[in-house]
Ligand binder design. Structure first.
Ligand SMILES: [Zn+2]
Length: 288
């Protein structure tokens, strides 16, 4: 820190009664006193610490499960905290503006003295602002750990904003979210039967559409199958078109190879692509 100067305030609470945090009953019976240490906003160039004497009270409600409790100071500090609320709010604001590492560097320069992790924790505690339920919602899965653990991502497709990450891709989780957020009119999804049934149950009035990515992916897969199964015919057409103008391409592949699915060809598929690549460059050099 810039300064080693320290101001310490010794403060005592003067409350003579308190409400039990469990049953809310008022009590005057003091059990004991104890001291809390709270970091507060720095004063000029001085770090400020408050040593705060607070009371512990007996709960007088015999039916209450809490026998003894510490008085609450909701405008000063939350229970168990080691910072005042206003100091914590300042740290959060700095963290939100700068992120963890830069916020920590600044905090040491201005005598706030908080680490990067403290900054990040203060941001992580924030409740996200309530977002209105989107009319057009995108649903897809994503990997927390590829091949092991997947979740569900929900995207507001009108505003291009992620609005929720669900912990798994089970139907019941999505059904619960949809039931808590009524009003979705159009749902874009992949062809997963799980999502289809979950949407039908959780948002039965919503229109379900296949999203563009999966439509194009499906189209690509089908076209690859069609072209691959007709490879010899396509090759002969290609050769006939080029015959009068360009050198004869390499020999057509055998029918046996053309029946092998693309994902099983491995090195042969790579050699085939490499051949195409070299042939393309050769044609380009000839002006095609
Ligand atoms: Zn109580």
């Amino acid at each position: 820190m810039n300064s080693n100067h320290q101001i310490t305030f010794h403060v005592s609470s003067t409350q003579v009664f308190a409400c039990c945090p469990v049953c809310n009953q008022i009590t005057h019976r003091v059990h004991s006193r104890y001291e809390r240490t709270l970091r507060d906003l720095p004063c000029v160039d001085f770090c400020l610490t408050i040593l705060l004497q607070v009371c512990k009270f007996f709960c007088r409600n015999e039916a209450c499960k809490r026998c003894i409790f510490t008085e609450r100071l909701p405008k000063v500090a939350v229970p168990w905290a080691r910072k005042t609320i206003r100091f914590a709010e300042h740290l959060t604001s700095i963290g939100l503006a700068l992120g963890g590492a830069a916020a920590a560097r600044l905090s040491y320069q201005i005598n706030y003295g908080s680490s990067r992790n403290t900054m990040l924790r203060s941001i992580a505690k924030l409740e996200p602002p309530p977002a209105p339920t989107p009319k057009i919602l995108g649903v897809d899965d994503f990997a927390f750990q590829r091949g092991h653990h997947y979740g569900t991502i929900l995207v507001d497709l009108e505003h291009h904003r992620t609005i929720a990450l669900l912990p798994d891709r089970d139907a019941k989780t999505l059904v619960a979210w949809l039931e808590e957020h009524p009003g979705v009119e159009i749902l874009s999804r992949d062809r997963s039967k799980t999502y289809k049934s979950a949407i039908s149950e959780g948002a039965p009035n919503a229109i379900q559409v296949a999203d563009r990515f999966h439509l194009l992916k499906n189209l690509q897969e089908v076209l690859e199958k069609v072209f691959h199964s007709n490879y010899p015919a396509l090759k002969s057409v290609d050769a006939a078109l080029l015959k009068s103008e360009v050198p004869e391409p390499h020999a057509p592949e055998s029918n046996e190879k053309s029946k092998v699915p693309p994902d099983e060809q491995g090195p042969r598929s790579r050699a085939h692509r490499l051949n195409n690549y070299q042939q393309t460059h050769a044609l380009k050099q000839q002006g095609y």
